[in-house]
Design a binder for this molecule. Structure first.
Ligand code: AMP
Length: 279
């Protein structure tokens, strides 16, 4: 695997590869099975796979965990060696953000709701870094996890509005055996915390189960929230059910819908979601 740290290095590595299709997997490192599944999907569908590891400062709020976000490059390199990735793009901050750079990419309708309501500026940071990364890597396909559902909608809209010649592939959420979605932030959790953290997934499953007979969104949300409130050491940030294709508010389940939530467990913020039609 080639490691490129600058844009010219990356472009040269891509230029020197023969390929018909380039698959791109952007990550923030501290890689786990969720990331690996994206890389494997990319390797199945493309003959060149580029993975990036970049902890994007612009998507963290001033009081968020940018400085303590897990960094584990040695382990990441070990994982990547056997994953199907051909090129790792590993830029420093000043490769992505040059001094004087004031570019903004904003999709206010998506970035101000759900997670965006509680993390102002987060999705602007995501949209900006992906714009830059897509322009640097020029992939044919880019791979994202359903785990970050709102992010996938943001990216699909952005690619559509900006006429990018790029296919966005959303891969299923990879979970631990108990159902907890794999996340780089899970390493902050103690065994006790993990049990509390599972309340979100249990509430999502409850909503999905209930949605087979009850179509009233308010009632489904109320019951899911009541369940989370009954579990110790969990602080609910939000739990909502929205239209799956664009995250618009709905009162009744008619079209495909998604339940999404965010909780804090012992200071660690966790998100998860489930399509209400998922089996
Ligand atoms: P991150 O490193 O957290 O920015 O995530 C990089 C990519 O991996 C994003 O597209 C995430 O949605 C995806 N991802 C993270 N966790 C999971 C998971 N448990 N299952 C599938 N994809 C995931």
């Amino acid at each position: 695997m080639i490691i490129a740290k600058t844009v010219p290095e990356l472009r040269l590595a891509i230029k020197q590869s023969t390929f018909r299709s380039l698959g791109f997997v952007p990550t923030m490192g501290a890689l786990h099975e969720g990331h690996i599944s994206l890389i494997q999907h990319a390797a199945q569908e493309n003959d060149l796979v580029v993975v990036s590891i970049f902890i994007n400062p612009k998507q963290f709020g001033p009081h968020e965990d940018y400085y303590k976000y897990p960094r584990d490059l040695d382990n990441d390199l070990e994982i990547l060696k056997n994953s199907g990735a051909h090129i790792l793009f590993l830029p420093e901050d000043d490769v992505i953000y040059q001094s004087g750079d004031e570019v903004e990419i904003r999709l206010p309708q998506i970035s101000s709701i759900l997670c965006g309501k509680f993390r102002p500026g987060h999705f602007d940071g995501v949209a900006l870094v992906l714009t830059k990364l897509f322009n640097i890597v020029a992939p044919n396909k880019a791979y994202f996890g359903q785990k970050d559902y709102q992010q996938t909608i943001l990216i699909k809209k952005m690619v559509d509005y900006l006429f990018w010649n790029l296919e966005i592939i959303v891969c299923p959420t990879i979970r631990d055996e108990d159902g907890l979605a794999k996340s780089s932030r899970n390493r902050y959790l103690s065994n006790e915390d993990r049990k509390s953290a599972l309340s979100l997934y249990t509430a999502l499953c409850l909503a999905r189960e209930k949605s087979k007979t009850c179509k009233d969104v308010e009632q489904l949300v109320r019951e899911a929230k009541a369940y989370i409130a009954s579990v110790p050491n969990v602080v609910l940030e939000y739990f909502e059910i929205r239209r799956a294709k664009d995250l618009k508010s709905i009162n009744f389940l008619k079209e495909e819908a998604v339940a999404l939530g965010a909780v804090y467990v012992n200071g660690t913020r966790l998100i998860d979601n489930i399509l209400l039609t998922e089996s």
